[in-house]
Design a protein around this ligand. Structure first.
Ligand code: PLP
Length: 402
């Protein structure tokens, strides 16, 4: 990213001054009637910032947490300074226009018709199934997914009084279209949840085949691309996103897929939202939208907007390419290890298992990797989500075990 904007430079300088002071105290201060000592508060704030640096290191690839850029931090500051509520969009026409501009951009990118921001993929999945339930023409309470569907899907089913049923998968946790067709024949569900970028393995369900099955049985298809959505920026994944365009709804988490700070989620859909209840909000000029969020403002999208303004789409694409290159480099190292098993997904997650007597749990404690289950077997999991993650640093940490 180019940091030659005076606004960004001033912000960075201020933050650098703040974090460069050394005395760091991580003991909590009391919540009390009077204010705490300012020196001690400053010290505690620096300790907190330091703690957040753990996923900003080259040897950190445990989870989908990225390191925010200066532009996205500026967006967070802007959101805090603005603090307007888009339940009253007429009061904040500029913020409203920015939100609409971003939604149009996303709709064009993923070839969907409508959309709104959410506080993350958990909420987007819940809203998608809520809509699916309201649009359903079948008398069913079933939702099909797989054991690799994110747990937010099962949680959403419980909230909505639906029953989640797992469909068989292949050895990399991808739904088997033949198994999906078979269960649909037995009972048509309200919705089928497909994943583009499974949380453990990073794999993508066979979207095109599964969405065609949903269409044949006239049931709602939802794609949870919380993690995998970033691939849309790359030419070679256009056929995949042609299939995504045929789904009824789509979850995207820019706070994973586009390295944005939390919270930034998005639900896109092809049909207008179904009116879900009669709304009597007599204190608001406009009736509230038929969406889950209540009060919300720029915190959901100004960091992303700021990143796009200061760095452009090309920078998001470069970041994605960089992360995938790092994943490729790490996978090549694993390939060169005799007796080690690994699987490289298309989304920048690599799962691996060293030969039998090697235990890497200390590296998990340090945040280099996490542990997960793929096809019911425990594996180490390496997630290239942060721009800071470097394959060479991870390889150096593994060398003593090779
Ligand atoms: C595929 C997938 N869907 C949904 C979620 C939930 O996302 P959030 O934490 O933004 O609610 C995750 C989280 O890792 C995920 O990997």
């Amino acid at each position: 990213m180019t940091n030659d904007s005076p606004t960004l430079n001033a912000l960075l300088e201020h933050l650098q001054q703040f974090t460069s002071q050394s005395a760091i105290n991580s003991s909590l201060l009391a919540i009390q009637e009077d204010a705490n000592n300012h020196e001690q508060i400053n010290s505690l704030c620096r300790a907190l910032i330091n703690e957040g640096q753990r996923h900003n290191q080259s040897a950190w690839a445990a989870h989908m947490t990225s390191s925010p850029t200066a532009a996205s931090i500026l967006g967070q500051v802007l959101a805090g300074l603005h603090n307007g509520n888009l339940l009253s969009p007429q009061l904040y026409p500029l913020l409203d226009k920015i939100e609409q501009q971003l939604i149009s951009w996303f709709c064009q990118l993923y070839r969907h018709q409508y959309g709104h921001f959410t506080a993350g993929a958990t909420y987007a999945n819940l809203e998608a199934l809520w809509q699916a339930r309201e649009h359903a023409s079948h008398d069913s309470k079933l939702v099909y997914g797989s054991h690799a569907s994110h747990f937010s899907v099962a949680k959403a089913c419980q909230v909505l009084g639906l029953t989640f049923q797992e469909i068989d998968t292949d050895q990399y946790d991808r739904i088997l279209p033949s198994a999906l067709a078979e269960v649909c024949q037995q009972q048509v569900p309200i919705a089928v949840v497909l994943t583009a970028g499974t949380s453990a393995c990073g794999e993508i369900d066979p979207l095109s085949e599964c969405i065609q099955i949903c269409q044949a049985f006239d049931c709602w298809s939802h794609v949870d691309a919380a993690w995998g959505a970033g691939l849309v920026l790359l030419e070679q994944y256009q056929p995949l996103f042609c299939a995504v365009a045929d789904a009824d709804s789509l979850t995207i988490d820019p706070h994973k897929a586009f390295s944005q700070p939390k919270p930034c989620g998005l639900l896109l859909y092809q049909r207008p939202l179904q009116p879900l209840f009669a709304i009597d909000a007599n204190y608001l000029e406009h009736p509230p939208k038929q969406t889950l969020p209540g009060s919300f403002g720029g915190e959901l999208f100004l960091p992303l907007w700021s990143s796009l303004m200061f760095s452009g789409v090309a920078d998001l694409r470069k970041q994605m390419q960089h992360r995938l290159q790092q994943a490729q480099c790490f996978a090549e190292f694993l390939t060169s290890q005799p007796y080690w098993w690994h699987h490289q997904s298309p989304t920048g997650i690599i799962c691996f298992r060293p030969s039998a007597d090697i235990n890497l749990d200390d590296l998990v404690t340090l945040g280099l990797f996490s542990k997960a289950k793929v096809n019911n077997k425990t594996v180490y999991r390496c997630v290239f989500a942060s721009q800071a993650a470097q394959a060479t640093s991870l390889i150096t940490a593994l060398e003593p075990f090779c």
